[in-house]
Design a protein around this ligand. Structure first.
Ligand code: ADP
Length: 516
């Protein structure tokens, strides 16, 4: 009688047909693309094919000296034993499981194992038949995928915005905590069948199923960006959400799902509204104050002029008729009235600038500078000042205010010179790519301590008394107002004893935006 060529030679065969079948079986066994092996009932390998040897990295004769337990990862032994028992007792016809073998090189390899038992004609188990597929790559890929999935879940869970993922049919497949918070207020659950109620915030139109951004994206394949919706949550709380949906496409550009991102805007919109009301109130109050300053200074002029002219008349007419003390009182009164007149003029000027009513047109700062040189010619001659001016741009501004701005800055640069030194003043400009010009006026005068940098822009704030340097302390307040009226900002660098540079920004005539 012929037998299968197993070492133990325990599988009987007879006849030519059987031998042929055996040879064919042998071929199939040997060249199968999956691992195949026969084991005795103690788990000793009786025969193994080439693919199985490749999977576990052992030579055939090495394996035939081992049992499956010798090359099974210890964590998988127990489950193997239980299933094998059940198989041999006939409780299950076969079993299939994923397990790990320990390769000869020490690496672990994941396999999909199928085990069945061959029985004799009396039904007694004779030997085990196993098929083994190497799923190591698959398993590692799956684990990597799973890790990514868990990372994504963790990211979605931690996001402060609501995120829902849907399949290509628009069915929600996952929703993060923040989206549950939006719809269910933290409790309850959100399923596809939940009743979603929403209205377009802009039009107030109630949403039909097809109006939902998610459904629109699934139908068109094109994203929907930042749509504002008024919704009624599942507990009937009204909210306003900002909703964006993007299609998720595979490498071939086929859409296989969509991601919906939503943000609860209710609180922000309420805050924005409160802010708008507050801003409007402040604007109104500011306008009232400006109006008040204007009216007050304007109306004060008239009585003051009367006081001033009569005190001067009195001083002229009765000079010599009053004693020395009376004369000095008169002088004080004349001087006070004159200063009061100057202050009111300045205040009126400041309030006119604040009201900023003039029209903004292109203003050539070089022409403004040249005109100013004429006005300042006496001071320049008296002080021996040297003024240098680089190219200046044509800006968008109110001509009168542009002139006042440069006049104040250049005037100060000449005024606050070091005693006994001829001042050197440099004026120039840089224009950035957006067309915003930064103009500077630099001097080598007495300088300013950094702690006063803010204070000097406040109306009537001065750092010197009038005997040292004349002035009323309004020039820089006016400059700040003018620059801000034109959407720019003004600042300075300075070091005491070294000099001061004032900078301000302003849009050139061709710029699209304001100088912020
Ligand atoms: P005023 O010159 O009438 O006092 P300003 O508002 O123009 O008023 O200036 C406020 C203060 O800032 C001045 O009193 C002076 O102390 C200081 N200041 C302004 N420009 C300069 C400068 N170029 N160098 C030094 N100090 C300056």
């Amino acid at each position: 009688m012929n037998q299968v060529s197993s070492p133990q030679g325990r599988i009987p065969l007879s006849g030519f047909a059987d031998r042929l079948a055996l040879a064919q079986l042998r071929q199939i066994f040997e060249h199968a693309p999956i691992g195949m092996a026969l084991l005795d009932l103690d788990g000793r390998w009786l025969d193994v094919n080439a693919q199985f040897c490749r999977i576990v990295g052992y030579a055939r004769d090495e394996l035939l000296r081992l049992t499956f337990r010798d090359i099974t990862a210890s964590a998988d032994l127990q489950a193997d034993a239980v299933l094998l028992e059940q198989l041999l007792r006939g409780e299950i016809p076969s079993y299939q499981r994923e397990k790990r073998y320990l390769r000869k090189d020490g690496e672990t390899v994941w396999v999909e194992l199928a085990v069945s038992v061959a029985r004799d004609i009396d039904g007694a188990p004779e030997y085990l038949i196993t098929q083994i597929v190497d799923i190591n790559e698959l398993k590692l890929a799956y684990e990597t995928l799973r890790e990514r999935e868990l990372t994504l879940e963790a990211v979605l869970g931690a996001l402060p915005v609501g995120v829902r993922l849907a399949d290509a049919g628009g069915h929600i497949v996952s929703a993060n905590l923040a989206s549950l918070e939006i719809w269910c207020g933290g409790g309850g659950e959100m399923v596809h069948e939940s009743v979603y109620r929403a209205w377009d915030s802009a039009t107030g139109k109630a949403f039909e199923d097809a109006d939902w951004p998610l459904q629109q994206v699934c139908a068109s394949g094109r994203g929907v960006e930042a749509q504002l919706l008024d919704i009624l949550c599942f507990d009937d709380t009204p909210k306003t959400i900002l909703c964006s949906v993007l299609p998720i496409v595979d490498a071939g550009g086929r859409m296989f799902g969509a991601i919906e991102v939503m943000q609860d805007m209710t609180r922000w919109l309420k805050l924005e509204q409160q802010l708008m009301v507050r801003t409007r109130e402040l604007e109104n109050r500011n306008k009232e104050l400006e109006q008040f300053a204007y009216v007050a200074s304007h109306d004060l002029q008239e009585p003051l002029r009367k006081v001033s002219s009569f005190v001067q008349l009195f001083a002229k007419r009765y000079a010599g008729h009053v004693d020395e003390t009376g004369q000095s009182y008169l002088n004080f009164a004349v001087d006070g009235a004159r200063r009061m007149q100057l202050l009111i003029d300045d205040l009126l000027h400041y309030s006119r600038v604040s009201r900023g009513q003039g029209e903004q047109t292109p203003v050539d700062l070089e022409r403004v500078y040249k005109a100013l040189l004429q006005d300042l010619s006496q001071t320049i001659a008296d002080t021996g000042a040297v003024l240098e001016c680089g190219p200046l741009p044509v800006v968008r501004g109110e001509p009168g205010q542009m002139r006042a701005l440069l006049q104040n800055l250049i005037g100060n640069a000449l005024k606050y010179r070091k005693p006994g030194c001829a001042p050197h003043v440099r004026i120039g400009a840089e224009v950035d790519a957006a067309g915003i010009a930064t103009i500077h006026v630099a001097d080598d005068g007495i300088g300013i301590e950094p702690r006063f940098f803010e204070r000097i822009f406040v109306i009537f704030q001065r750092l010197h008394n009038r005997a040292e340097y004349p002035g009323s302390g309004i020039g820089l307040a006016i400059c700040k107002r003018i620059v801000e009226n034109h959407g720019g900002r003004i600042w300075l660098d300075s070091a005491p004893g070294v000099g001061t540079t004032f900078h301000f920004t302003i849009s050139t005539a061709g710029a699209e935006n304001e100088a912020g």
